[in-house]
Structures are given as structure tokens and as C-alpha cells.
Design a protein around this ligand. Structure first.
Ligand code: ARG
Length: 473
């Protein structure tokens, strides 16, 4: 297959060397971005008088034709080419002859690939942001419906104090909200156009880099040509944000797996999101949650791989940089698939509210409240702690819960207990009394919900310059 660099060589590249060097097997997914970048480049070359108007028009029509044919399936990317850039240029030259060879004026594949990858990554960031919003809406709806769904809150995986499902989900809302904010932050930082950096030192042609940058929706051109062709830290930043996001998904998955276990039975998974066992007929397995937890490792792997690939590279472009693609693409796909599936699973999850409340009572999660009750009756907190400790021990011995214990038995441990203890121990009271900002009490929760809703509506309206609304075209 014709190469872009044959002139200096007297010998054909060995087939295995050619295959080892080639990237078309995976960079073919950049074809749309490659053409988009070339269209902007050709337009600018025309504007600057580097190409004649006729040449520019022929190139523009030719490139648009290639994109159309690839999209409608009449042209397939040929694996025989070294990379997607060579493929497009070869087809263009085949179609418009000599003029096609002028497209690459003032450009190198180094700035071309840097641009393609940025254009592609921008879309992936927006797509991820929108998927995160879908997930956040799902969480928010469940919160709004479960302000009075009591459950135990845990520390050390031991029942600690009662909370509500809304409050527990609220913790995840916060995590995924930060993940969504990271998309905005890193987008702003990376949205500068590397085209015009050439191989590393700019070019001798009077390119208008500002024009190209603006045409492609960038905030401006990058400021150092050597950095432009060598920089992949925006990828590292994005994959690191994806790793954090996967960590959050994985924690949530782990909880759902626990809640779905025979021991907890807090949730009922929709049949559509679980699978059975080939041998054990009683099984209903939380496969989606387990897979999300499992796939987290792949995204961490991509992050490590990118960091290691970059750490020893002298300036400027080195072929090692070609290794940025497969791992990044896999991380993008994995995180997005996980977001889609996880959101669907959450949407169809049923809660067994009776089991959740019972579990909060059985685990003495209201013991702190019993101590606070005694403090209210004038007992110093340390003594109250001690008294309730003995009360819990007594209950364990009697195989009962504090709120089930007859008053005279409580009074044998402390005469400060009175009839109003039962109300003080109800899950409703325990939660309602927690009124601090950020706590599970209804006042604090309602405020949080209002703020979340307003914030999420704003996030959905955010415009990412250069990318269509949802990241798809
Ligand atoms: N396939 C290459 C990459 O992904 C494109 C750039 C090639 N540049 C070069 N000087 N060989 O990085």
C-alpha cells in the first residue's frame, strides 16, 4: 500500500514492521474528526491564498464526499493503509487527483493527529457529561420519593444510626455531581487547537491558526508548537476523571450487591437487569452491578498505561504517543457503557422499605438517640452512653430491640426512662431530629433537593463550544 513517506526509502518496509507500525486498526474511529480538521485546514489555506479557490473547493467537495460515503457505507476504511490520515489522503487523491496532494501543505501528521484526538475526546467528554446527568436525574427522583424511607446508616459495615434512603442516595448525588463538574473543568482547559504546530516547530506558510481554532469551536490556538504535538495530559485528565467516576460507580455497585444479598434483602432487582444460574435455580444474580465493579479495573489500567507511556518521552513527538489511542478508547467506551447500564439498573430497582426499617431497628441504630434522650433528662453524656450500653447488652440477651422493651425493664437500668422514650426511639423521630445542614432530617433534605434540581437543570443547559448538544452528531 502506498505510504506517505516513500521518497527517502530505497527498500519496502518489511510486512511485519508495517503491521506493527500501523494504527489504522484503531484510529479508523477518528475518520469523522480527521475530515472535519482537514476541512477547516483547507478552508484556511484558501483564505490565506496558499491554495487557489478552485483547489480549496475541489478539496472541500472531495472530503465531504468521502465522509458521506463512509457514513452511508459505500466506502469502507481500508485496513491496508498505515493510518486513517493516509487513508483519507489517498482516497482524496484518487478522486480529485493532483489537487488532493496539496491538502497536507503546512501540516504534519503530528499536529493532525493531535487535533483529531482532541476533537474526538471533546465529544466523549460531552457524551459522558450528558450520561452523568441522566444518572443524576435518576438518583434525584429516587431521593424525592424516599424522604421517609428509613434505613440503617453504617460505619465499619455495622449499623450505626438511622438515615433515609434519600440521604444515602444524596451522598452519591454529591459524588456524581463532582464528576459532572470535572467534565466542565477539564473541557475548558483542553479546548485549544493544536493545528498549525506542524511537526513540532510551526511552519513557514502564513497559516491563520486563530481562524482554524475558531472555526472548530476552540477557545483559541495552543501557544507552544512543541507542546501542541506532545501534549496528552488532557487525555490523562479525562481518563483520571473517568477513573474517579468508575470508583464511585463501583462503590455504589458494591452496596447494591450487598443490599440484594439474601442477608440484607433491601432491594429487589428487576429481572431484566439480573441473571440466573445454570445450576442453582434459586439464584438471581446482580451481574450488572458486578460487571460495573469489575470493569473499573480496566479504566484504572488505561490511566496507568497513559501515565507510564508519557513519563519518559523527550520532546516533541515520539511514536510512543500512538499508544494513547487504544487504551483511551477502551476507557471511554467502558465508562459510558457502565453509566448507561447502571442508570437503567437503578431506574428499575425496587426497595423493600419494611426490611430496611426493620433492619435499622434490629441493629440498635437508635442507641445514640436513647443516650441523647437521657442527656435531655439531665444525665451527663458519658453516663448516658454507659447506661445505654448496658441496655443494649440486656436487649441482646433477651433477643429484643430497645423500642420493644417494656418500660419497667428499662427503668431497672435507669429510672430516668419515661413513657416518652418510645417516641424518642422511633426512626421517624431519630431522623427528624437531625437537622444540621447536610444531615438526613427533612428540613435539610428538602433544601438539598431544591438546590440539586436547580443545579441539574443548569448543567443540562451547559453549552460545550465546538460540540453539538449531546456529543453525538
Ligand atoms: N498514527 C500516528 C499516531 O497515532 C499518527 C502520527 C504519525 N506521525 C509520525 N510522525 N509518524 O500518533
Amino acid at each position: 500500500m502506498a505510504q506517505l513517506w516513500g521518497g527517502r526509502f530505497t527498500k519496502e518496509t518489511d510486512q511485519s514492521v508495517y503491521a506493527f507500525n500501523a494504527s489504522i486498526g484503531f484510529d479508523r474511529r477518528l475518520i469523522r474528526e480527521d475530515i472535519e480538521g482537514s476541512l477547516a485546514h483547507a478552508d484556511m489555506l484558501g483564505k490565506q491564498g496558499i491554495l487557489t479557490r478552485e483547489e480549496r473547493d475541489a478539496i472541500t467537495d472531495g472530503l465531504k464526499g468521502i465522509l458521506r460515503d463512509v457514513e452511508n457505507g459505500s466506502l469502507t476504511v481500508d485496513d491496508g493503509y498505515e493510518d486513517v490520515h493516509s487513508f483519507v489522503e489517498a482516497v482524496l487523491t484518487e478522486r480529485i487527483h493532483e489537487t488532493g496532494k496539496k491538502l497536507h501543505t503546512g501540516r504534519s501528521r503530528n499536529d493532525q493527529v493531535a487535533l483529531d484526538m482532541k476533537l474526538y475526546t471533546r465529544r466523549q467528554i460531552v457524551l459522558t457529561a450528558r450520561l452523568l446527568e441522566d444518572l443524576l436525574w435518576t438518583i434525584l427522583h429516587t431521593m424525592e420519593e424516599n424522604l421517609e424511607t428509613w434505613m440503617p446508616g453504617f460505619t465499619h459495615l455495622q449499623k450505626a444510626q438511622p438515615v433515609t434512603l434519600a440521604h444515602h442516595y444524596g451522598a452519591y448525588f454529591e459524588m456524581f455531581r463532582r464528576d459532572r463538574q470535572r467534565m466542565t473543568d477539564l473541557y475548558r482547559r483542553m479546548n485549544y487547537c493544536p493545528l498549525g504546530a506542524g511537526a513540532l516547530a510551526g511552519t513557514t506558510y502564513p497559516l491563520d491558526r486563530e481562524y482554524v481554532a475558531e472555526k472548530l469551536g476552540f477557545a483559541g490556538p495552543t501557544q507552544n508548537s512543541m507542546d501542541s504535538v506532545s501534549d496528552r495530559d488532557y487525555l490523562i485528565e479525562f481518563v483520571s476523571a473517568l477513573s474517579i467516576l468508575m470508583m464511585h460507580l463501583s462503590r455504589f455497585s458494591e452496596e447494591i450487591i450487598l443490599w440484594n444479598s439474601n442477608e440484607y434483602q433491601f432491594v429487589e432487582m428487576d429481572d431484566g437487569y439480573s441473571t440466573g444460574s445454570s445450576i442453582m435455580p434459586q439464584k438471581k444474580n446482580p451481574d450488572i452491578a458486578e460487571l460495573v465493579r469489575g470493569k473499573t479495573g480496566r479504566v484504572y489500567g488505561a490511566l496507568t498505561s497513559l501515565l507510564v507511556t508519557m513519563k519518559g518521552l523527550p520532546l516533541a513527538y515520539n511514536k510512543d504517543l500512538q499508544e494513547d489511542k487504544e487504551v483511551s478508547f477502551d476507557a471511554f467506551d467502558t465508562a459510558q457503557d457502565c453509566l448507561r447500564l447502571f442508570t437503567g439498573m437503578l431506574r428499575t430497582l425496587q426497595f423493600r422499605k419494611d426490611r430496611m426499617a426493620q433492619s435499622a431497628l434490629n441493629g440498635f441504630s437508635n442507641a445514640t438517640d436513647a443516650a441523647d434522650y437521657l442527656v435531655g433528662k439531665g444525665v451527663p453524656f458519658r453516663d448516658a452512653h454507659e447506661i445505654v450500653g448496658r441496655l443494649v447488652l440486656y436487649c441482646i440477651d433477651q433477643n429484643t430491640t430497645i423500642d420493644q422493651l417494656p418500660l419497667e425493664q428499662m427503668q431497672r437500668i435507669s429510672d430516668r426512662f419515661e413513657q416518652d422514650i418510645y417516641d424518642a426511639l422511633s426512626l421517624k423521630t431519630c431522623v427528624e431530629k437531625r437537622l444540621t445542614t447536610g444531615g438526613p432530617g427533612p428540613g435539610a433534605m428538602k433544601q438539598a433537593l431544591q438546590a440539586y434540581r436547580a443545579w441539574l437543570e443548569d448543567a443540562g443547559r451547559e453549552v460545550f463550544p465546538g460540540v453539538e448538544e449531546d456529543g453525538r452528531k
